[in-house]
Write a protein that binds this ligand. Structure first.
Ligand code: PMP
Ligand code: GLN
Length: 400
């Protein structure tokens, strides 16, 4: 066994991931959701909506099941969904993507990330550069791939990377620059200069950009710009998204990868042995979702914006310093404003006692950097207005 920079240990057989103390790890999301269920606290921890998505999308899945769409679909995904993904990339970003060779459907963005990383990197001499804090599966998948993780810090409250630190992290050993934009857990949407620099570095060092864009339709007052749509971006980028956030179907696990055929094939080669194929009846339903009119997409962004504003105001009223997210479900608050020295203790102690569950940002950072993020907490705003109202009332009790 050996320790990895993400704090994971990999068994010799590569068969399991263990925490550094030897225990089998459950994810922080599962743990905090269990805490909320046990205590009756409002769950602003795990990012999942508490309402159904568009009726026509749900109905399309029911119809597909009734029509017998219940056996293995093609490995690439059904053609209708691949076409809908390509229509979506053209409609929103002006990208021309070929549904035959440049698109593959996956079991959520999670599998897309795993398949792409396992397909593109090969052992400890390959480095993966990632912004930190990072979505938890990134470090776990890099550990599975055996590659070396290098991180670039994003700092409270604006969470934009320092371009010199970014350039210093990328070298000829870098195989993948892994980007998540809009960003979980910080809510950052990266400036154009950051995306341009990533593209420049990828070209200079012969690296591939892996861009996780699952929150592409949840930005607030700023457009979403896929790195693949910028000059020089397409030929070096695999773009990942999924239907979970956009259509409030996080349990359906339909994701996709688009990019140059050779890179998509590298991911597909692994995907076929991870899950073989992905949820047949949900594929036509997500295709229907991707073809919804523009008003649907602007509507979900407007709604999320109102919700994050409610949450932000409530956190401020409770006496917390907060970030101003420009996208995603998430807002980051600094519990140090309330005198807390450790966000993990704050989340399990005073916050849970006030009746709200959130996630300490330390769950998204490598052990080496834990101290820098020790007092930060991530709150999710993807809940019904009345639930957020109640959460804000409970947060107010912290202020006293
Ligand atoms: N990437 C990011 C940044 C996420 O927040 C999530 C979870 N919502 C995923 C990937 C996983 O997406 P999926 O549920 O489609 O696997
Ligand atoms: N993406 C969601 C979040 O960040 C949760 C996904 C999960 O539970 N793995 O909260």
């Amino acid at each position: 066994m050996h320790d990895t920079p993400g704090g994971w240990r990999r068994t010799a057989a590569g068969a399991g991931l263990l925490r550094a103390d030897g225990s089998v790890a459950s994810t922080i999301f599962a743990e905090m959701t269990a805490l909320a269920m046990r205590t009756g606290a409002i769950n602003l921890g795990q990012g999942f909506p508490d309402e159904d998505g568009p009726a026509e999308v749900l109905e399309a899945a029911r119809e597909a099941i009734s029509a017998g769409v219940n056996q293995y679909p093609p490995g690439l995904g059904i053609l209708d969904l691949r076409e809908a993904i390509c229509e979506h990339q053209r409609r929103f970003y002006g990208l021309d993507v070929d549904p035959g060779t440049q698109t593959v459907v996956t079991t959520g963005a999670t599998e897309a990330l795993a398949a792409a990383l396992l397909g593109l990197v090969d052992g400890p001499d390959d480095e993966v550069v990632v912004f930190e804090p990072y979505y938890d599966s990134y470090a776990a998948c890099v550990a599975l791939s055996g590659a070396t993780l290098r991180t670039v810090p994003l700092r409270f409250p604006d969470f934009q990377p320092d371009l010199d630190e970014l350039a210093a992290a990328v070298s000829d050993r870098t195989r993948v620059i892994l980007l998540n934009n809009p960003h979980n857990p910080t809510g950052a949407v990266f400036e154009r200069a950051v995306l341009d620099e990533i593209i420049r570095l990828a070209h200079a060092h012969n690296a591939i950009i892996l861009s996780d864009e699952v929150y592409e339709h949840l930005t607030f007052g700023v457009p979403h710009t896929p790195v693949a749509a910028l000059p020089g971006g397409w030929e070096r980028t695999l773009t990942i998204s999924s239907g979970g956030k956009t259509f409030r179907t996080t349990g359906w696990k339909i994701g996709w990868i688009t990019g140059p055929a050779e890179l998509v094939t590298a991911a597909l080669t692994v995907k076929q042995f991870l899950t073989y194929v992905s949820g047949a009846p949900f594929q036509p339903a997500i295709a229907a979702g991707l073809r919804l009119p523009d008003a649907f997409f602007t509507g979900i962004a407007d709604e999320m914006r109102r919700k994050k504003d409610m949450l932000g105001a409530g956190l401020r009223a409770a006496g917390l310093a907060v970030s101003e997210p420009r996208g995603s479900y998430f807002t980051v608050a600094d519990a140090a404003s309330l005198g807390a020295a450790d966000a993990d203790e704050f989340c399990r102690g005073p916050l849970a006692e006030a009746g709200v569950v959130a996630i300490p940002i330390t769950a998204f950072v490598s052990p080496a950097r834990r101290d820098e993020y020790r007092t930060l907490v991530r709150f999710a705003a993807c809940k019904r207005v009345e639930v957020l109202d109640e959460a804000v009332a409970r947060l107010a009790t912290l202020a006293g």
